[in-house]
Design a protein around this ligand. Structure first.
Ligand code: MTE
Ligand code: MO
Length: 379
């Protein structure tokens, strides 16, 4: 494997970590459109990028299935065997906006694996592939009644505490049973899946944190319990607010699966002087997981007392599994420093916690509180 691959595929990302390679989308790139160009889509890796030869590649599906199978890419891509679909999906790393937790409450988290992401560990693409639900049914004759979780194993390996592991995660089987759109995908925005995004085959789990969308997937296990792999059992856990470094135990955290509603102001940048004549334009993204779409985005110029709603015409279309980009002109009379914040509501009427402290958790995931920036207004 080689991390140079990513630098070639992604020369313009903000390089957060070199090895394992992690890069986030810049502000300018985030606002380019509803669909993120492949070369700008963020990349999150735990280890190296495996080089997989497509013609010998096989996906094995086993465990609590009625029939264990091995499928080549040719089998999977044969429309006579499996119907193909396309789904527009926002993938968001649960570490998005972690930098706010690090800055406001420094010193915690697993520094070795927790990249200091800003607002760009999120992106939206149209994935093409086959429904995992259909593959399980048509190829394996379904799962057995004991199957409660599906484990995905990636061909990449990574080190943790001096051991080498394959990337392995799981999702509850009911997610896949309920959602035809959980995909085994080989195409991203009409192009072959790039290496850094999991070529030749990845899982795309709609509405769940990015971590469950296993790249370079070569084995799926139907299990009675969640995966015991460290990524599933020890990472991506949400600890209650009473848990810190001294008393953190994996059993004190719960597995982060669906992404809550969250948003970010992408333009202007924090701590900027804005010369204007009565209004300041703000732009950003808003997303909610779990199949909830973004219903309403509100922006406040005074830290959260007065709120202005973004017009629906100034947002990209509603989507079950994708973000909405938004823009608003906020009326501003005052001169001097102002604190702007954004608050989003989803289709289940969920909204965001007010301050970072409410979402602070020891491993620094899911920074879903209202995003705040300070601007110096010159009217
Ligand atoms: N799959 C494998 N095999 N290895 C990984 O390191 N990282 C996960 C997920 N799938 C990862 C993986 C994480 S944490 C995220 S956020 C998403 O991939 C990011 O997907 P992307 O790199 O295509 O943007
Ligand atoms: Mo992630």
């Amino acid at each position: 494997f080689s991390w140079k691959t990513v630098l070639e595929e992604k020369p313009d990302l903000l390089h957060v970590l070199d090895f394992p390679y992690n890069g986030e989308t810049t502000r300018e790139q985030l606002l380019l459109g509803k669909i993120t160009d492949n070369k700008y889509h963020f990349v999150r890796n735990h280890g190296g990028i495996p080089d997989i030869q497509e013609d010998v590649f096989e996906l094995e599906i086993g465990g609590l299935v009625n029939k264990t199978v091995k499928l080549s890419l040719k089998d999977l891509k044969d429309p006579a065997k499996f119907p193909q679909t396309e789904v527009t999906v926002t993938l968001q790393c649960s570490g998005t906006r972690r930098i706010e937790q690090i800055e406001q409450y420094p010193g915690d988290g697993d520094e070795l694996i927790n990249a200091p992401w800003g607002e760009g560990a999120i992106g939206t693409a149209v994935y093409r592939g086959v429904s995992l639900k259909k593959v399980l049914k048509l190829a394996c004759g379904g799962v057995t009644p004991e199957c409660k979780h599906l484990e995905f194993i990636g061909a990449d390996t990574y080190f943790k505490k001096k051991n080498v592991f394959n990337y392995a995660v799981s999702v509850p089987f009911r997610k896949v049973r309920a959602a035809e759109e959980v995909l085994l995908a080989w195409e991203m925005n009409g192009q072959p899946l790039p290496k850094s995004h999991g070529a030749p085959l990845r899982v795309v789990v709609t509405g769940y944190i990015g971590a469950r969308s296993c790249k370079w997937v070569y084995r799926i296990n139907a299990l009675a319990e969640p995966s015991m792999g460290p990524v599933q059992a020890q990472e991506y856990l949400y600890y209650t607010s009473q848990i810190g470094k001294q008393n953190a135990k994996y059993s004190n955290g719960f597995s982060i699966q669906q992404m809550p509603v969250s948003s970010a102001i992408i333009s202007p940048v924090d701590k900027k002087v804005i010369v204007h004549d009565g209004k300041i334009t703000l732009k950003g993204w808003a997303y909610s997981g779990g199949g909830n779409w973004v219903e309403r985005v509100e922006v406040s110029p005074d830290g959260g007392s007065v709120w202005y709603a973004v017009d629906q015409e100034n947002m990209t279309e509603k989507h079950y599994h994708a973000w909405r980009l938004w823009a608003i002109d906020v009326p501003v009379d005052a001169e001097g420093w102002l604190e702007f914040c954004v608050r989003t509501w989803d289709s289940s009427n969920n909204t965001e916690p007010t301050f970072v402290r409410s979402s602070w958790n020891w491993d620094l995931h899911v920074t879903s509180s209202c995003h705040r920036i300070k601007l110096y207004s010159v009217n």
